[in-house]
Design a protein around this ligand. Structure first.
Ligand SMILES: [Zn+2]
Length: 843
């Protein structure tokens, strides 16, 4: 946008019509004219500007004309003569559509008492406020907003602020909302529809509500309780009161992402907000985390906002980290910092191991391009880097630094450097020196550790880690500042050693030279560790002495090193075979995920036996029924163990799953939620058309959002080509919401037979998919269908197809997908002979 004028205050009056799905609006923007202006430019997309008028000091300033620049997603009001520096008012009338694109002002459909209804809602981040009203749609163009809505009188209208006054005339009512604080356009929100709500008040007296479509409010009780406590937690943690007089959270049936942190009116996908006491641990912990994440943004992101999308990670990395902190505070028994490894750190390490990754801070010239960086790098790597800095500074200095930063920039915008400055002042340590390479450079290191022959002295080397395993010198120039956590058999308390060079010899506390030594102890660092063969074996033989986090880290590093070819897949399997005594759900969940990858590449009956032998002990201990008062995490582990046992052909487990399914069909309360995912999957995988139809019925009729998703995913578990094709047809039918189509596709493409069928389908129906899948979800369609292929022919096919079918905004995903296929191909050919020989012993 031309910086000659800046918005100060928007007065917006909207007239949405939920029968024609059109809206009209009038807008008066108080502008600060910074330089004499002959033209006023603002953003607007897929709307009509019906009239424009300008006044200066109350006097009409003649307008020459209004023109649209569709490419810039903007309009220009040309003036007869220059507006001088000072204040001016721009008055506009406009109209647009309540669309089906899950972006801008859009509609969402739901059923109630057998009838279909629509509600209207908004999704503006990153740059779709311009679809809903004319605006300066950039995060740094902060202004106040006075919003008024005229709607059918039986509907509820919500916005960022509480309603100040309401008047009725005929069938319509007009709701005037209080003026907002100074804020960015992407955080403005409004909803209109038939809603119901639950209400509470936080400890500090903030009115707090959870809204749903009719019939669902009771499913919001858990989120209401968690949310109110989380607001109080953050107010204390940040040392700054919650900035608005109210907070609403609303579950929207059609929603593209997980949730959106609109200030004072957070919107959610139903699965991210609604659950009940009977819901699975996975469903409940997701709700608690997403609520924590969005509420963290109310300060970090909303009160203080990144200057431009290039620093998106500041918002997302931080909210991811803080969301976890809030859940840990409310539910210490859940051990979410261990789970954080799986959900965020390992995920970041996986994506950032590709050449087609990007630095955390990435140049974004056009706002539209930011869609593709709402990715694992911004969220997961961002959060992992923040965990690293907190552990380097200490919790309290970190919190103090954060408070300095938020107070300094409140109601304004800030850069990454500003956060480092705050943290430096809070801790007395120069933070930018430590953090810059982690934020500005692509990738991360693998630390190689060898014994020197002298007791207590280790040789350490750091190099860039790439999944492809072929790092070139020019890709290996970064020296990462590493705070190396070390723990040893005789001195298990973690000691930190600073590593600021490519190579070093470090001292470690050991009493003998046969001790185990764990590096990255506590797993707060974002790097891999490769041990000498002797050190690696010693750790594998002493798993019970390590913490769950360290066991998870050791195993995940070994898997990554096998991917890169630094060790063999057999070395990895040998380590994993020592985990038979494991009891931690996070550790198992990562082992299951990694073994699923290994099984995709080396699928064979002997591989299934290997997994069966590994899991049988914990499977026997957990059985099918929980003990009274057992941990939720243990109950959740039971579900995934059963799914794994059944997946590798445990006949007794499959039979029991079928029995439980039959019982479930006649009594929906008979199957504990934690078992549902495993049972549904095994029944669909081993059943026929009848079971798939039953699954579709559960999907259609279930009132529990998480159970619906579980059923949908299970529809995709069949290995029968005809049923896979039927699944694809179902995916595109009106019964599956656009936001959920990729969930079914991911399941359908998870087997070898399914992958080929899905890929054929995607190729043949690409133009249909472009219409039926919203633009921001297309990257997932590409990666879920193709990333597990493992031959050079497929890599070429994918490359050729997408070079002929270009979609703006999917370039990075395509590059990452092709790189994954090439990596799979290399792992397979390098290991196939050795793996089958190793697995023979399990026959
Ligand atoms: Zn977020």
């Amino acid at each position: 946008m031309n910086p000659n004028v800046r918005p100060v205050h928007y007065n917006i009056h909207l007239y949405p019509d939920l029968t024609t799905f059109k809206f009209k609006g009038t807008e008066e923007v108080l502008l600060r004219v910074v330089e004499p202006a002959r033209a006023i430019e603002f953003n607007g997309l897929e709307m009509k500007v019906l009239s424009a008028a300008v006044t200066v000091g109350g006097a009409v300033w003649p307008v020459k004309g209004v023109s649209e620049n569709a490419e810039k997603e903007a309009f220009v009001v040309e003036l007869e003569k220059e507006v001088p520096v000072g204040e001016a008012v721009l008055k506009l009338e406009f109209e647009g559509e309540i669309n089906d694109k899950l972006a801008g002002f859009y509609r969402s459909r739901y059923e109630y008492n057998g009838q279909s209804y629509y509600l209207g809602t908004t999704q503006f981040e990153p740059c779709d406020a311009r679809r809903a009203f004319p605006c300066w749609d950039e995060p740094a163009c902060k202004a106040r907003f006075s919003i008024t809505m005229t709607v059918q009188k039986d509907l509820t209208a919500l916005s960022n602020m509480p309603i100040k006054s309401e008047t009725t005339e005929g069938d319509l009512k007009t709701c005037v909302f209080d003026v907002t604080p100074v804020m960015s356009t992407y955080l403005v929100a409004y909803c209109v529809g038939h809603f119901e709500y639950l209400e509470t008040t936080t400890e500090e007296g903030i009115k707090f509500r959870v809204y749903t479509v009719p019939g669902k409010k009771e499913l919001g009780r858990f989120a209401l309780d968690v949310g109110a406590k989380t607001i109080s937690f953050f107010a204390k943690y940040y040392g700054i009161e919650y900035p608005l007089p109210k907070q609403d959270m609303i579950a929207v049936p059609d929603f593209s992402f997980g949730a959106m942190e609109n200030w004072g009116l957070i919107t959610y996908r139903e699965t991210a907000l609604l659950c009940d006491e009977s819901s699975s641990f996975v469903a409940k912990s997701r709700v608690a985390y997403v609520v924590g994440h969005e509420l963290a943004h109310q300060w970090f992101g909303n009160l203080v906002t990144m200057e431009w999308w290039k620093e998106l990670w500041l918002n997302e990395g931080f909210a991811t980290f803080m969301g976890t902190k809030a859940v840990d505070h409310l539910f210490p028994q859940w051990q979410v910092w261990t789970k954080f490894l799986n959900d965020h750190v390992f995920r970041a390490l996986r994506v950032d191991a590709l050449r087609s990754s990007h630095p955390i801070e990435v140049d974004i010239s056009v706002a539209r391009k930011v869609d593709e960086i709402f990715d694992a790098i911004s969220y997961a790597k961002g959060a992992s880097v923040i965990l690293m800095i907190e552990s380097a500074l200490g919790e309290e200095p970190f919190r103090k630094g954060l408070n300095i930063y938020l107070n300094r920039f409140k109601y304004g915008n800030a850069h990454t450097e500003d956060l480092w400055q705050g943290l430096t002042e809070g801790s007395g340590k120069k933070v930018s020196n430590i953090m810059d390479p982690w934020v500005k450079k692509i990738g991360y290191p693998v630390v190689t550790v060898e014994e020197t022959g002298q007791p207590g002295k280790l040789k350490i080397t750091q190099n860039r880690y790439l999944a492809a395993g072929d790092v070139k010198p020019e890709e290996n120039e970064t020296i990462w500042p590493i705070l190396l956590g070390v723990s040893t058999q005789s001195h298990p308390d973690i000691k930190y050693v600073e590593l600021n060079t490519k190579e070093a010899v470090i001292d470690v506390d050991v009493s003998s030279n046969t001790e185990w030594i764990k590096l990255n102890a506590g797993q707060t660092g974002l790097y891999r560790v490769q041990y000498s063969a002797a050190l690696f074996k010693r750790l594998g033989d002493n798993l019970s002495a390590l913490s769950a986090r360290d066991r998870a880290g050791l195993q995940n590093d070994a898997f990554a090193l096998a991917i890169a070819g630094s060790i063999s897949v057999v070395d990895y399997l040998e380590l994993v075979s020592k985990f038979t005594e494991e009891t931690n759900d996070t550790v198992w969940s990562d082992i299951f995920a990694n073994l699923a990858v290994v099984r995709k590449l080396f699928d064979s009956p002997s591989m299934e036996k290997f997994v069966l032998k590994l899991v049988s002990k914990i499977g026997g201990e957990l059985g099918w029924s929980g003990k009274p008062g057992e941990d939720e995490s243990r109950s959740s582990l039971r579900g995934s163990v059963i799914a794994t046992l059944g997946a590798v052909g445990d006949v007794a487990v499959i039979e029991e799953a079928k029995k439980r399914w039959t019982a479930f069909l006649s009594d929906k309360n008979s199957l504990p939620a934690d078992l549902q995912s495993g049972v549904f999957y095994l029944v669909a995988k081993n059943g026929g058309e009848a079971e798939i139809n039953q699954m579709i019925e559960v999907y259609k009729t279930s009132t529990l959002p998480a159970q619906k998703v579980t059923a949908l995913r299970s529809i995709g578990s069949s290995r029968n080509p005809e049923l896979i094709k039927k699944g694809l047809e179902y995916m595109m039918s009106e019964e599956v919401r656009m936001q959920d189509r990729f969930i079914l596709l991911a399941a359908l493409a998870s087997s070898k037979v399914g992958r080929d069928i899905c890929w054929d389908y995607v190729k043949q129906n690409w133009s249909l998919l472009e219409v039926k899948i919203s633009h921001n979800l297309l990257p997932r369609i590409i990666s879920y269908t193709c990333e597990d292929f493992s031959t050079p022919e497929k890599a070429k096919e994918v490359e050729d197809f997408f070079s002929q079918h270009k979609v703006h905004g999917t370039e990075r995903t395509i590059a990452q997908t092709i790189e994954s296929i090439n990596s799979n191909t290399a792992i397979h050919s390098r290991n196939v002979a050795q793996v089958s020989k190793y697995l023979e012993q399990f026959n």
